[in-house]
Design a protein around this ligand. Structure first.
Ligand code: OSB
Ligand code: MG
Length: 368
């Protein structure tokens, strides 16, 4: 596409309820929406950073600065670019993978829209709908957690993931297991533990979990490999898998038997597909993670999750799991426990301009 401009907006979107993890509680979603302005029309992307660098080192104002100061200008300098060239152009700039991913997605959406081609078909989707799991935040107490999980099961979610942290692990998991029996259940620690907690983590083995997600720090690949050797429950990495190379290293070390793929975390949907391909060849099951995406990223994640290696249900939930009001005209909905893979050109969404405007708190336009 002939890239003419990049418009970036910081949005603050109200959440239906606060979302608590081991690293903190979010009361509203702060996110960056990218519009790629091209000679052939617009494309949309989303930078999935959060307000503070608590999940990873990236955060909204950092991504905003990197995108406006370095990444955006590098893309605009090129003029005509293909989506497949974006990662290479941005490669000299270290890190800032979420910012890169959001920019790449906007260019990709613009390019595919201009060709009338859906993102799913482009990425290699093999199904028209994907099973939908839900990530449930830490609640007031285990009883409240059981109440929250009951509502999601009633809504039809086919897999439950609960967030855990030291002191809120065994009893929470036990309460959900006791209340709902053998439902597909997994836990996510968001790197809240160390190897010193191995006894607690081994206790989780008795709950027959699908997996334990990211118990240790992002850069603790070797410790994860040690831990994997002590656990019966499959160990899944999220934060640690920042790139295809990290996935290769995790595989070589035996640090993960399952991988959560998030396009934002790894620098884009194309890198995400490369990780999918590696894992598929290596028989490592993958699933599609989420970052509380708006309808833009949510629709794109549904397309990614339709690739054949995504054999576990992802955190690809309906818009109303997080948002009373989404910024797309057709919010993502749950149908029989599944989310439909969009079939329209590009990501397959249309932006609701009024909603976008209402949530915008900052706006910058870069032009060629
Ligand atoms: O670790 O998967 C995570 C949300 C924000 C940051 C990290 C994570 C999450 C989630 C929610 O678990 C996933 C979603 O439904 O978007
Ligand atoms: Mg996670």
């Amino acid at each position: 596409v002939a890239l003419e401009g990049l418009e970036l907006r910081v949005l603050r979107m109200p959440l239906v309820a606060p979302f608590a993890t081991s690293f903190g509680t979010e009361y509203e979603r702060e996110v960056i929406v990218v519009r790629a302005v091209t000679a052939d029309g617009d494309g949309w992307g989303e930078i999935v950073t959060q307000q503070a660098p608590l999940y990873s080192s990236e955060y909204t104002q950092g991504a905003w600065d990197a995108a406006l100061r370095w990444l955006g200008p590098a893309l605009l300098d090129r003029g005509r670019i293909a989506p497949e060239e974006v990662a290479g152009i941005l490669e000299p700039f270290k890190g800032h993978r979420m910012a890169k991913a959001g920019l790449e997605l906007a260019v990709l959406d613009a390019a595919l829209r201009s060709e009338g081609r859906p993102l799913g078909a482009y990425l290699g989707a093999v199904t028209d709908r994907v099973p939908s799991g839900v990530s449930v935040g830490i609640q007031q107490d285990p009883a409240a957690l059981v109440g929250a999980v009951a509502e999601y099961l009633d809504a039809g979610y086919v897999r439950i993931k609960i967030k855990i942290k030291p002191g809120r692990d065994i009893a929470d998991t036990a309460a959900v297991r006791e209340a709902f029996g053998g439902i597909p259940l997994q836990v996510d620690a968001n790197s809240a533990y160390t190897l010193a907690d191995v006894d607690t983590l081994i206790e989780l083995d008795r709950f027959d979990l699908l997996l334990i997600e990211q118990p240790l720090q992002e850069d603790d690949l070797v410790d994860h490999a040690v831990l994997a050797g002590r656990l019966r429950t499959p160990l899944c990495l999220d934060e640690s898998i920042v790139s295809l190379k990290a996935a290769q290293d995790a595989r070589a070390l035996g640090a993960a038997s399952v991988i959560n793929i998030k396009a934002g975390r790894v620098g884009g949907y194309l890198e995400a597909v490369a990780i999918h391909d590696l894992c598929r060849a290596a028989d490592i099951p993958v699933w599609c993670g989420g970052m509380l995406e708006t309808g833009i990223g949510r629709a794109a994640n549904a397309a990614l999750a339709a690739l054949p290696g995504f054999t576990l249900p992802g955190d690809v939930s309906a818009s109303d799991r997080f948002y009373p009001r989404d910024i797309v005209t057709e919010p993502i909905v749950l149908e029989d426990g599944h989310v439909r893979v969009p079939t329209g050109p590009g990501i397959g969404i249309e932006i609701d301009p009024a909603a976008l405007e209402d949530f915008t708190v900052a706006r910058e336009m870069l032009r060629r």
